[in-house]
Design a protein around this ligand. Structure first.
Ligand code: AMP
Ligand code: MG
Length: 527
């Protein structure tokens, strides 16, 4: 199969209204779900990394991807015949404030393909030039943020977490000025384009924007589109969309969202910019910006410098924010339902469902057979307190917990996960011992063989995550022209739960030099 021979499909552009103006200038786009736009040509496109496994699942062979045509298409320098690239129109709440129209300001959807293995998938270029939604932006993306998106998407996928995927990472040959830390120190950086892939790039904000404009017809069309294509199992047989169909759809969006957030909490992922324009209607992790991974367990940590004061998007606040975001979506679809009560009831269930999923997830992390009620809940909460008492590496802690032997020296066993030896007081040791005794008693209640419990725990507690400093090291090297670390990280993160002795040094705690380094502990939205 070659690029041109992929089976193209056009569900979105056939079913939703296009912006009749084809001129590529920044403007308000009304009564339309998207605008036609051609990617901007670049000076010297080249492939940095290819996601071979995924490419083959999409139906592309190694030879296809090695061609100049592939690089040209994946950087926007060539548009395949019979395809009509477009940028989506959507709005969103940013940091709690309604921001009006946002849209794909630098993402351009190339084409939808119908694949044998993965069904419908849309290929989208991020950083392919200006669109009518670019506002004050230049439509471009720099190499560092593109590497972060490229690596993290696949790391999440391999952890079993719902996410947009990536096919390729390319350099464009061009450079752009960026003020990386918003501190007046601007510099030239290489531009890159990531080809992102998803079955649907619709966001909460896709529904919110027409609703905010009182364009009920377009809002309804978008919801019906999502039902027909993202949730076909909810499609009414007689073709008549009624209130119940819309409520079932909203429930399904809630369900996918709560699952996604629980999974983030399981692995210590902090999205960093959970604005409603960055919330996918199919519950995929989308828009990898100033995200971060928990090194030392801290529910109050946010990786995003813009969020430093408010900490709206902190690790421990992700459920509350998802709930807030779903409330905004509920408001947007209110005209379809006509009364508040059923929506409120789904939102109340959302909190309950989230809690249930969180309890199940925590039970699995701790290796329990199942969740046993409030005494387990107490144990989880006590564990969170314990992990926050001294700086404790979350990922290492859970792997070490799996091999802890009852009544052995706990501090010695967990030594690798502590960041500051000075914090390990007698009082802390007492707290640790007390928790471990309760934990042991709980394990005895289950009576599972230790080896089975360990195997179970290691299936949900990853050994390898994309620690912030690891991504930064790959970026530093890549900016000097050495792309090898991108490949290494990609490969080792394919099997995050397995012991990989050759990569043992990638499973260690964050080194001290990275504690306060830009890119390792804090990131701006500059990208
Ligand atoms: P984000 O929070 O990164 O998802 O971006 C918020 C909005 O800004 C979206 O509409 C993006 O398309 C847009 N945006 C971000 N960076 C740029 C850029 N360099 N050029 C144009 N639009 C951008
Ligand atoms: Mg976004």
């Amino acid at each position: 199969m070659s690029l041109q021979n992929l089976e193209f499909s056009h569900r979105l552009i056939d079913q939703l209204p296009a912006d009749p103006i084809s001129e590529n200038s920044c403007r308000s786009v009304e009564n339309a779900a998207y605008s036609w736009v051609t990617p901007t040509a670049t000076s010297n496109p080249s492939l940095v990394n290819l996601n071979e496994t995924f490419a083959s699942e999409l139906g592309l062979s190694a030879e296809d991807c090695a061609s100049q045509l592939f690089v040209n298409v994946m950087t926007g320098n060539e548009v395949l015949e019979q395809t009509s690239p477009y940028a989506l129109c959507y709005g969103g709440h940013q940091f709690g404030q309604w921001a009006g129209q946002l849209g794909d300001g630098r993402a351009i959807n190339l084409v939808e393909i119908n694949t044998e293995k993965l069904g419908y998938q849309t290929l989208q270029l991020k950083g392919a030039g200006k669109t009518p939604y670019s506002r004050r932006g230049d439509g471009l993306a720099v190499l560092r943020s593109s590497i972060r998106e490229y690596l993290c998407s696949e790391a999440m996928f391999n952890l079993g977490i719902s996410t947009t995927r990536v096919l390729s990472l390319c350099l464009t040959g061009d450079q752009v000025i960026r003020d990386k830390m918003y501190d007046g120190n601007a510099s030239l950086e290489p531009c890159a384009v990531v080809c992102r892939v998803s079955s649907s790039f619709l966001r909460f904000g896709s529904i919110q924007l027409p609703a905010s404009r009182g364009d009920e017809a377009l809002m309804t069309q978008l919801v019906q589109y999502s039902i027909n294509n993202d949730y076909p199992e909810l499609k009414p047989e007689n073709g008549n969309f009624d209130i119940e169909t819309y409520l079932n759809w909203f429930k399904a969006v809630c369900d996918k969202t709560s699952t996604m957030i629980v999974q983030w909490m399981r692995v210590g992922f902090v999205h960093g910019v959970m604005n409603t324009d960055n919330m996918s209607l199919i519950g995929e992790t989308i828009d990898y910006g100033p995200y971060g991974w928990i090194d030392d367990f801290d529910l109050g940590w946010t990786p995003n410098t813009t969020d430093e004061g408010q900490k709206r998007y902190r690790f421990g606040g992700q459920f509350q924010v998802s709930q807030w975001n779903l409330f905004q979506l509920a408001n947007a679809i209110f005209p379809l339902i006509g009364e508040a009560e059923p929506l409120q009831s789904i939102m109340s269930d959302y909190a309950i469902h989230y809690e249930n999923k969180w309890q199940t997830m925590m039970s699995e992390k701790l290796g329990f057979k199942d969740y046993q009620g409030s005494s387990d809940q107490d144990l989880f909460k006590a564990l969170e307190q314990l992990l926050e008492t001294v700086e404790t590496d979350m990922t290492l802690f859970y792997r070490l917990l799996a091999t802890y032997q009852p009544n052995s020296d706990a501090l010695a066993h967990f030594t690798d996960c502590y960041y500051l030896a000075g914090q390990l007081t007698a009082k802390y040791e007492q707290q640790l011992d007390t928790w471990l005794q309760r934990y042991q008693a709980r394990l005895s209640f289950d009576g599972l063989a230790a080896s089975i419990r360990q195997t179970n725990m290691n299936k949900v507690n990853p050994k390898y995550v994309l620690r912030n400093y690891l991504a930064q090291q790959a970026i530093d090297l890549a900016e000097d022209g050495d792309f090898s670390e991108i490949e290494t990280l990609k490969v080792l993160l394919e099997n995050p739960y397995d012991e990989q002795p050759e990569y043992e040094n990638y499973a260690q705690q964050r080194p001290d030099w990275a504690r306060n380094k830009v890119g390792c502990s804090m990131l701006s939205c500059s990208s």
